[in-house]
Design a protein around this ligand. Structure first.
Ligand code: SF4
Ligand code: SF4
Length: 371
């Protein structure tokens, strides 16, 4: 569907839903919609990013196809949301690169980086690459400063890309930057995000995804993915503190804080993305939309491979396979980082910003004197 048709369709649905209001208990989209009578493009983008495609409103809608109104909110908002990801991409030339072939682009990026690192290590000294190093000392293969410099540069690029995307999204909502930092709405949005509040389907029995039977599976897999990611981030932070504050060099023992955090997070990142990919495979595109499957699957696949290669590296770090595994793992992690601003990870930025705006609107409504 062309963008202009999608926007018109969204306006049509919002008008019907605003009159019906049956679904206001399912999620934040309907109460946010009811606060307005007209919808700017910024409003529609905001509503689309408040929606997490749970399907509850489609499953319960008496006006869904074959009814002549043909109401399908999840599909229309999924289209708008995917379009908003493209509109906010930085640099804009990257918009759409992952739209259809996201999985292939992600895998090729990771494979190319792995091969580059492998070739570099081979050229420097093949004997070192294939040697068994005491305690799995991977800095013998790629020195600490090279590794740290590489990841600092890539992380800086990713942070700038996210900041530019957020800036575009927030400007389009018409809110000031100061309002984003208001403590109460910000904390409310944090609570809603960390608990995945709206994945409970409104009644607490879970969302109707990937089938019409309510289930908590999506929430569980999402939690495993998110907290797995955060634990791996905490492991890296702990390693950085060990190195720069205490002067303790990696590799660290199996029971050290960085390794325990990384292993626990890694297990979450194996189960969570695999589960989300499985649910996506089962979901009916007519009910949930095609969205940007390439973006979604590419990101989830790289998360899974990052975790798998990281855990293998840990188990085999005292063998001659360590050098090759290190190059493969680092290539996948670099590929994951470089593609973060163009894959499904961006939904975390826009969904959170949408939740902050929703909390702001609710607090303003509560402060307004009764008429
Ligand atoms: S999705 Fe259907 S049931 Fe729900 S508010 Fe809209 S029109 Fe009503
Ligand atoms: S699909 Fe779920 S989150 Fe999206 S509008 Fe419908 S009920 Fe709300």
């Amino acid at each position: 569907m062309a963008l202009i048709d999608t926007v018109r369709e969204a306006e049509r649905l919002m008008t019907i839903c605003n009159a019906c209001r049956y679904c206001e208990g399912h999620c934040a989209v309907f109460p946010a919609m009811e606060m307005r009578l007209a919808f700017t493009e910024g409003d529609l983008s905001y509503l689309a990013n408040l929606c997490h495609n749970c399907g509850a409103c489609y499953a319960h809608c008496q006006y869904a196809p074959p009814h002549e109104f043909a109401v399908n909110v999840p599909v229309t908002l999924a289209e708008l949301r995917a379009q908003s990801y493209q509109d906010y991409t930085w640099p804009p030339q990257m918009a759409g690169v992952f739209e259809r072939n996201g999985l292939a682009v992600s895998l090729v990026t990771a494979a190319s980086l792995s091969l580059f690192l492998l070739a570099t290590a081979l050229l420097v000294d093949p004997a070192v690459l294939f040697a068994v190093h005491a305690d799995g000392d991977f800095y013998r293969i790629i020195p600490h400063d090279v590794m740290a410099g590489l990841f600092t540069a890539v992380s800086a690029y990713v942070v700038v890309a996210f900041a530019m995307g957020f800036r575009r999204f927030w400007q389009q909502t018409g809110e000031s930057y100061a309002s984003f930092g208001r403590p109460r709405p910000f904390l409310q949005a944090m609570r809603d995000s960390l608990t995945l509040r709206y994945l409970d389907g409104g009644a607490g029995d879970g969302c109707t995804y990937p089938t019409e039977a309510p289930s908590q599976s999506r929430r569980v897999y999402h939690h495993l993915t998110f907290y797995g990611f955060m634990l791996c981030f905490a492991a890296t932070s702990a390693g950085t503190i060990y190195h720069y504050v205490f002067g303790w060099q990696a590799p660290y023992g199996y029971l050290s804080v960085p390794v325990v955090l990384g292993t626990t997070g890694g297990i979450g990142l194996l189960i969570g993305p695999a589960g989300l990919l499985w649910l996506k495979h089962k979901a009916d595109p007519d009910a949930f939309g095609h969205g940007r499957r390439g973006m979604d699957t590419g990101f989830l696949a790289l998360l899974f491979l990052t975790s798998l290669s990281g855990l293998l590296l840990l188990v085999l770090r005292e063998t001659s396979a360590m050098g090759v595994l290190l190059a493969v793992h680092l290539g996948i992690v670099l590929g994951l980082f470089l593609t973060l601003p163009y894959g499904k990870f961006v939904h975390a930025i826009y969904r959170f910003a949408a939740l902050v705006r929703y909390a702001l609107e609710r607090s303003r409504a509560a402060e307004r004197p009764e008429a």
